[in-house]
Ligand binder design. Structure first.
Ligand code: SF4
Length: 344
């Protein structure tokens, strides 16, 4: 399969409001106060055409920010995102309509003053995908494609249910004839009964249109059903990347294992549900070395000083953990394998 997406050493930082305490500290230090949110930190990965990659992590891990960088909504602070060999953004402007994003809350992402026909039709007209005269039929076809009655195209977003609004958002993205969809928690705001319908719609579209997708979620169960590979993010970094079956059967990073163990599973008896200890540190001041070391049961002195690189563990699976080179004195066999969890 040919390469469609090439993310090269992408870092994204945001300036955060400076507090009075920061200003006073700046005066004491003799330099202006500055607070930076380290949202995404030196992420590199590639995606072949036709793949769906799950991007998973706790709230605040940087997955949505990375999704927006991929979709050309945010410009990377450093690094570059190449789509089909060309930068997605240049000079602060998105350069291709072939990458589209679907957001978590369709009510917030749809203009409440625009009828669905305008919402779905305006982008294709602006980009010359369809002439204005043919827009009505084009929009009707898109609505039909996502399972909505085309007769509803003159309604406003508030006249639809949550699941229907997300279908409108998907129709708007599809109308741009994308090759890559970035879906940011696309079912998180929907009722459980509706989530399966929207996920099945995505799987149908993927099969029929050959779409490539980045599926962002905190829910490992959802990602398992839609992704070919999974990237686990922690505090701005990708800490594990592997084919979906492998990451669930044999996680290679302590954080992945902790994430899997923190998911309650029916029928596994008492004591299986183990929440991750501690809280994710502030991205304003990430811990040195391995960002996960304050919460990791295997942390050693090297973990507090040296950033672990994302390195192959077995063919197709990579992890960023010193355990894999015996660097914390335990060795991976003595740590991860010893606490091998039963397959879910
Ligand atoms: Fe834990 Fe050290 Fe591995 Fe980080 S590098 S996950 S602290 S063992």
């Amino acid at each position: 399969m040919s390469l469609l997406l090439d993310i090269q050493h992408v870092t994204k930082r945001f300036a955060s409001p400076v507090t009075l305490g920061d200003r006073l500290a700046g005066i004491v230090r003799g330099r202006p106060a500055r607070r930076l949110v380290h949202a995404v930190n030196d992420v590199s990965l590639t995606m072949p055409r036709g793949e769906v990659l799950g991007l998973v992590g706790e709230s605040g891990c940087g997955k949505s920010t990375l999704g927006r960088v991929i979709a050309g909504i945010y410009e990377p602070t450093t690094g570059e995102v190449l789509f089909d060999g060309a930068p997605v953004m240049r000079g602060g402007r998105k350069r291709t309509p072939r990458v589209q994003m679907i957001h978590q809350d369709p009510f917030a992402s749809l203009d409440p003053r625009m009828k669905v026909a305008e919402t779905v039709g305006e982008g294709p007209i602006a980009h010359g995908i369809v002439p204005r005269a043919g827009s009505d039929d084009y929009v009707a076809g898109m609505l039909d494609r996502v399972g909505l009655n085309p007769a509803l195209r003159n309604r406003f977003p508030h006249q639809f249910s949550g699941g229907q609004r997300q279908r409108v958002a998907i129709a708007r993205a599809l109308a741009m004839k994308p090759d890559l969809l970035v879906l940011d928690e696309p079912v998180a705001s929907l009722d459980v009964s509706i989530q399966a319908q929207v996920l099945n719609l995505f799987l149908d579209l993927r099969r029929d249109l050959g779409l490539t997708g980045v599926f962002i979620s905190h829910d490992l169960g959802v990602v398992r059903h839609v992704s070919d590979r999974v990237a686990i993010m922690y505090l701005g970094r990708v800490v594990e990347l592997a084919p979906t079956p492998l990451i669930y059967a044999a996680p290679a990073h302590p954080y992945t294992r902790a994430l899997l163990d923190s998911v309650p599973r029916i029928g596994q008896g008492r004591g299986v549900f183990r929440p991750i200890r501690g809280e994710i540190p502030s991205p304003l001041a990430p811990p040195p070395g391995c960002h996960f070391h304050p919460r990791c049961p295997h942390a050693g002195p090297r973990c507090r000083a040296e950033v672990p690189l994302l390195k192959p563990v077995v063919p197709g699976q990579a992890a960023a953990c010193h355990l894999h080179d015996g660097g914390v004195g335990l060795g991976v066999a003595g740590a991860l394998a010893a606490e091998q969890r039963p397959a879910a």
